[in-house]
Write a protein that binds this ligand. Structure first.
Ligand code: GTP
Ligand code: MG
Length: 370
């Protein structure tokens, strides 16, 4: 049962545990600081201090995972596709997105290397598409894996002058593991050394056979630099989306995934979330991984403050009590108290696990020394 120990109750009442133990003694209960108290004792002690116990919390952490109830078919509406750009380092992923968005993110990157997941939304033919940019550098495997897990479509960027390289292969395996359709963007077609046939040839080894060669993988030759072929790529994305009809229910509490998060000196915990279902609003009580809070402010990918965002939208939020981890799931609770309970329960569960792991480690260390 989810009772409190004497120590925990003392903490909640802002009293010394010794004082609580004394009170319990007066009431005929012998207790130690780590002893679990039953509901009656808790109510009795709280009553002594004029505190009303609203509810003795019997809380099951698994409730968080089970909270994501199935939506009914008639509640679902078409949502924008989430498209993740993957591929080997320097094959032109960020340039491609810059070109699509008409921005110059690449120019601002240290050494021209992407080191995080960038999340953006663009409107093409009145239809929104959400893009995630991932790093191609070998060091960022987990980010690529994460990107593949939240996406609907993977755009595999392969430079036509370089061909299939190690992180091209890695990206294919992430997309396959996540069972996500792949569209191949054969980039840098403006280069004289471009050899798209070689790319097509090399990719057949990984089961990606172009439609021109009797397979079912879409290949789009393009130049991220000149812009040639980009309209065709966007058309293909919309075509695949029309066939797949990805849907979500905007009329429910939001759920989704943390894209990235960090501690900001001025703003505290700042997290970029991808809303995958429901609508997220300023003021919502939210559990994010092992932390929680209320959404204080939301900023979209254009740096503008927004009050609410629907499915497939990336948004930066502040207001969390701690910094969550990229890849963490989040969930809005209609009840702030519930959010706090779930957040605290998850945090303490995590602490427990860390302690257990620590214990295991030191035991192993011990054996090693023997
Ligand atoms: P990482 O994020 O570090 O994996 O790299 P990236 O895949 O995002 O590559 P990025 O867009 O930073 O481009 C790498 C280099 O290739 C830059 O110098 C780009 O200008 C250049 N480049 C990208 N696309 C093209 C293209 O279509 N043609 C030519 N000629 N150069 C390109
Ligand atoms: Mg990049």
């Amino acid at each position: 049962t989810g009772s409190l120990t004497v120590g925990e109750l003392a903490g909640k009442l802002h009293k010394e545990p010794s004082e609580i133990i004394k009170k319990l003694f007066m009431l005929g209960v012998m207790a130690t600081i780590n002893q679990d108290l039953d509901k009656d004792s808790i109510e009795l002690i709280a009553g002594e201090y004029g505190v009303e116990v609203e509810e003795v919390i019997v809380f099951d952490v698994t409730e968080f995972e089970g909270y994501a109830t199935e939506d009914q078919e008639d509640q679902l509406q078409i949502r924008p596709p989430v498209v993740t750009i993957m591929g080997h380092v320097d094959h032109g992923k960020t340039t491609l997105l810059d070109s699509i968005r008409n921005t110059k993110v690449t120019a601002g990157e240290a050494g021209g290397i992407t080191q995080h997941i960038g999340a953006y939304q663009v409107v093409v033919n009145n239809k929104k598409i959400t893009f995630l940019d991932t790093p191609g550098h070998a060091a960022f495997t987990t980010m690529r894996a994460r990107g593949a897990q939240v996406t609907d479509i993977t755009i595999l960027v392969v430079a036509a002058d370089d061909g299939v390289m190690p992180q091209t292969v890695e990206a294919i395996s992430h997309a396959k593991a996540a069972e996500v359709p792949i569209i191949v963007a054969v980039n840098k077609m403006d280069k004289e050394s471009a050899n798209p046939d070689r790319v097509m040839q090399e990719l057949t080894e990984y089961g990606l056979v172009s439609e021109a060669w009797g397979g079912d993988t879409i290949f789009v030759p393009l130049s991220a630099l000149s812009g040639d072929g980009i309209d065709e790529l966007l058309e293909m994305i919309l075509l695949v989306s029309e066939v797949e009809e990805w849907k979500a229910n905007p009329n429910r509490a939001a759920t989704g995934t943390v894209i990235e998060a960090q501690l900001d000196k001025g703003r505290g915990s700042v997290a970029t979330l991808l809303v995958q279902n429901g609508t997220l609003r300023v003021g919502d009580s939210i559990v994010v991984g092992n932390t929680f809070g209320r959404v204080r402010a939301m900023v979209n990918d254009l740096g503008r403050r927004v009050k609410e965002v629907g499915p497939s939208t990336p948004v930066e939020i502040t207001g969390l009590s701690d910094v969550p981890q990229a890849g963490d799931q989040f969930m809005v609770f209609t009840d702030e108290k519930k959010a706090r309970q779930v957040g605290e329960a998850r945090a303490s569960k995590q602490l427990d696990e860390q302690r257990k792991e620590g214990a295991k480690l030191s035991l192993d260390d011990l054996f090693e020394q023997i």
